[in-house]
Design a protein around this ligand. Structure first.
Ligand code: 5AD
Ligand code: SF4
Length: 477
């Protein structure tokens, strides 16, 4: 099979940040040119990783639906298979290797277009590895080429070639692409793309380009439509939402945006992710002011040690973080806090790890995501020599989880006997008679109730608490 390399990624290019204004592209979404090729095709998409990837999947599904293709739930029924990848840690990549490996058995049976996209293919060495190992993957495109999806699939099918189109560039803001939302009542809304923070361990600024904000009016219009369509929850998405608007001509920041969206009357408004650096008092005041802004903040700390924070390039000290948490708690009663923590950053000492445990004990998080440091080729931290063994890291990881579980359990315990509005999400995975949904503080509650409550906000009294979930009963009064 011939390989056509239209663009190949390059980490030096990906690292570049120019002070040039963001390029806005209005898509005139035109599907006529594909000779109705998509109309009798089926497609399957599997997404790994963060909410940004989930939102990208919704765009790809929207484009394929608009072209007439039909979504299926099983790979072997699909003419087009898209694997949307994550590169943030090695175990995310390993899952993708497993998935692509599994596809081998079904490719032999018939001709399909198998595509790999997302953050993994943005890394030159990984792209080479997957191209060499999996000859049946015919299409590779990056986070900047999603708008080219139909064109690329069509080209592969017509030329029977392998196509690689992965540009390393700052990226644009593309408006007007269709979107097939995953949920009928909960929506993700991108407010910005990319990241300029370059934390020394993180690959995201290389895979997703520069920080660039969508125009204020485009976001508001999208949210207005969601309110009209009776959506119950909007989550505003960005790698670092505090940076919203810094690159725009109009003088709007994240506090302005949050306030304006809250005023549209969506029942629940969430946002993620917030960097602790540059989280302004005005943002806190807006969160406190509007009842429909959920009193839940995901505030990744990464480490409790000043030395490690510095080596990570996080731009705040442990005290800055603790002061910010105190201010948030002062101004926002009943605030629930969650975080991300990395253990085993290169050469992390026992003392530095103890600082993380101490911070965790002080903040008393309601929930948390914990990770063992995973070197990402191309990032500065990956070049550091590391004298900490994996066993030590794994042991620290376990200790950290034990510390976190104390406050996580206590905050769940504290909910017992009280009534919480819950946005009903699904039938419980473990018990078909139970519904599940999230309270304002993002805790998952299971309770018995009729299936037609899915998508509604109902009052639930919490009866029992477990570390990571709660059991409640529907309040009928
Ligand atoms: N190793 C481990 N965890 C990482 N994260 C990002 N990069 C790495 C890495 N190289 C974690 C951070 C971030 C979350 C999304 O993933 O905690 O906040
Ligand atoms: Fe990665 Fe840091 Fe940007 Fe988050 S803020 S995406 S951890 S570089």
């Amino acid at each position: 099979m011939k390989t056509i390399i239209q663009n190949y990624p390059n980490l030096d290019e990906a690292r570049k940040r120019q002070k040039t204004p963001t390029n806005f592209i209005e898509t005139n979404f035109n599907i006529d040119c594909f000779n109705r090729w998509f109309e009798d095709k089926t497609y399957f998409i599997r997404t790994y990783g963060c909410q940004a990837n989930v939102r990208d999947e919704e765009t790809m599904a929207g484009m394929l639906n608009a072209a007439g293709a039909t979504r299926v739930d099983a790979e072997n029924e699909a003419d087009i298979i898209i694997i949307n990848t994550c590169a943030v840690r090695e175990n995310a990549e390993d899952k993708v290797y497993g998935q692509i490996g599994n596809l081998k058995s079904i490719v032999a049976k018939s001709r399909r277009v198998i595509a790999l996209c997302g953050c993994m293919v943005e890394q030159p060495e990984i792209l080479k590895k997957v191209m060499d190992t999996y000859p049946y993957v015919q299409l590779f495109f990056g986070t900047h080429e999603i708008n080219q999806l139909l064109q690329l699939i069509y080209e592969v099918s017509q030329t029977q070639s392998r196509i690689v189109d992965v540009q390393s560039k700052p990226g644009e803001v593309i408006e007007g692409l269709p979107c097939q939302r995953t949920h009928p009542y909960k929506a993700y809304v991108d407010i910005m793309y990319g990241c300029d923070k370059f934390c020394t361990y993180c690959i995201v600024p290389y895979t997703r380009g520069k920080e660039r904000s969508r125009r204020f009016s485009d976001i508001i219009n999208e949210c207005k439509k969601l309110v009209e369509q009776n959506y119950q929850e909007i989550t505003l998405l960005g790698q670092n939402v505090n940076a919203y608007g810094k690159d725009l001509d109009e003088k709007k920041d994240f506090a302005d945006l949050l306030e304006e969206v809250a005023k549209l009357g969506i029942p629940r408004l969430r946002f993620m992710t917030s960097h602790p650096w540059n989280f302004t008092t005005r943002m806190i005041d807006v969160i406190a002011k509007y009842d429909n802004i959920m009193k839940f903040i995901h505030l990744p700390v990464q480490s409790g040690s000043d030395e490690i924070l510095k080596k990570m390039g996080r731009r705040y000290s442990r005290q800055d973080y603790l002061d910010l948490v105190e201010l948030m708690r002062q101004k926002i009663p009943n605030l629930a806090l969650s975080t991300d923590i990395i253990v085993g950053f290169p050469n992390e000492s026992e003392e530095q790890f103890a600082q993380t445990l101490d911070l965790v004990d002080r903040v008393k998080y309601d929930s948390a995501f914990t990770f063992i440091y995973s070197p990402r080729k191309g990032t500065p931290a990956a070049n550091l020599k590391d004298d900490v063994t994996y066993e030590t890291k794994a042991k620290r990881f376990k200790t950290l989880v034990e510390h976190l579980e104390i406050s996580i359990s206590a905050s769940s315990e504290n909910m017992v006997g009280k009534v919480y509005p819950v946005l009903v999400d699904t039938v419980s995975k473990t018990n078909a008679n139970m519904l599940s949904g999230y309270a304002e503080n993002n805790k998952l509650i299971h309770f018995a109730g009729p299936i037609d409550l899915i998508g509604k906000i109902v009052n639930v009294r919490v009866k029992e608490s477990h570390t990571y979930s709660l059991i409640g009963e529907l309040c009928h009064e």
